[in-house]
Design a protein around this ligand. Structure first.
Ligand code: MEV
Length: 320
């Protein structure tokens, strides 16, 4: 039996604009994880895919071409050069689905890691990320690739679509609260709605994406300099720009407002928007008060996380 897990993620700055070639910064959330277990299923001429939390149980040979998990398993086995059978792959996830925390990419990453380890291949993060990206295209249509990158590397990333990722070194750990509106958000649908709005008013949207791209580059410097108040102001500005893009909603705005009112340094929606999660940058002293304010304003779940620099092993990718 071989098991592997993968973290969740939040986007710190730059969602949506990243789909249009601007940079974005995403960070791992290590305490919420997806797990995959690969074990022998003697005498089975097929591979059983099980996701008990989703009530899913199917044979690989019977899964349709649009099934992202089956597609990923086939691709991974092809890459391993194995035509495996007699296996059970079980997936469990502690990540909320449709909340901008990368649940699909986390499940996919756990599966690729577990399968590659099971067959004795210890693949590097780039390779895991590239395979997961193929499944992401089935989940999300036109993903930028930021989710599979931050989750496969499990480190803060500065990401530009189509370019190798740069892992970010961060001054001191960054205390973040992640609050869930409880509203399902379909990345595919929200990205599609932005695409339509962009087609109707390209100049306006290009201007908004440019403003976000500039803000991301400033944020990268402030992260390195450990300037939390400046980062907080940039988060507020990023939220305002996302409102203009049309991807916020009253519930997200209420949580952002509550966090700021309780003393957060900055707050914004995170991920596709129109539901899902928001994030608030806090000082450790204010964390409990801001968390309570978020719950009072309707958050159904609040996670506290501290983002830190990539490990020494990962630092060959670090740039900042
Ligand atoms: C989703 O986590 C972030 C978006 O920018 C979509 C993408 O980058 O693929 C909304």
């Amino acid at each position: 039996m071989t098991s592997a897990s993968a973290c969740g993620k939040v986007i710190l700055f730059g969602e949506h604009a990243v789909v249009y070639g601007r940079p974005a910064i995403a960070v791992p959330v290590s305490q919420v994880r997806a797990e995959a277990v690969v074990e022998p299923l003697p005498d089975a001429g097929d591979i059983l895919l099980e996701a008990p939390d989703l009530g899913r149980n199917c044979w690989l040979s019977e899964a349709g071409a649009d099934d992202a998990i089956a597609h990923l398993v086939r691709l991974t086995l092809k890459e391993l050069g194995i035509s495996a059978h007699g296996l059970r792959i079980t997936v469990r996830s502690g990540l909320p689905i449709g909340r901008g925390m990368g649940s699909g990419a986390a499940v996919s990453t756990a599966i690729v890691r577990a399968l590659s380890r099971h067959f004795g291949a210890g693949w590097p993060a780039e390779k895991v990320s590239a395979l997961v990206f193929e499944a992401e295209k089935l989940y999300h249509g036109t993903p930028s690739g930021i989710d599979n990158t931050v989750i496969a590397f499990e480190a803060p990333v500065y990401f530009i679509k189509g370019q190798p990722p740069a892992l970010l070194s961060i001054g001191a750990p960054l205390p973040l609260l992640i609050a869930d509106t409880g509203i399902f958000s379909s990345t595919r649908e929200v990205v599609g709605a932005v695409r339509e709005a962009h087609a109707r008013a390209p100049e306006r949207y290009e201007g908004l994406f440019d403003a976000i791209g500039e803000l991301v580059n400033t944020a990268r410097q402030k992260l390195h300099a450990d300037d939390l108040p400046a980062l907080g102001r940039l988060m507020d500005e990023n939220h305002r720009l996302l409102q203009e893009i049309g991807v916020s909603c009253p519930e997200l705005d209420a949580l952002v407002h509550a966090a700021k009112g309780a003393g957060a340094l900055g707050a914004k929606l995170s991920g596709a928007g129109r539901g899902g999660n928001m994030i608030a940058l806090v000082t450790p002293e204010r964390a409990a008060v801001v968390e309570q304010a978020l719950r009072t304003a309707g958050a159904v779940r609040v996670i506290f996380t501290q983002v830190s620099s990539p490990s020494a092993e990962q630092s060959r990718y670090a740039v900042a």
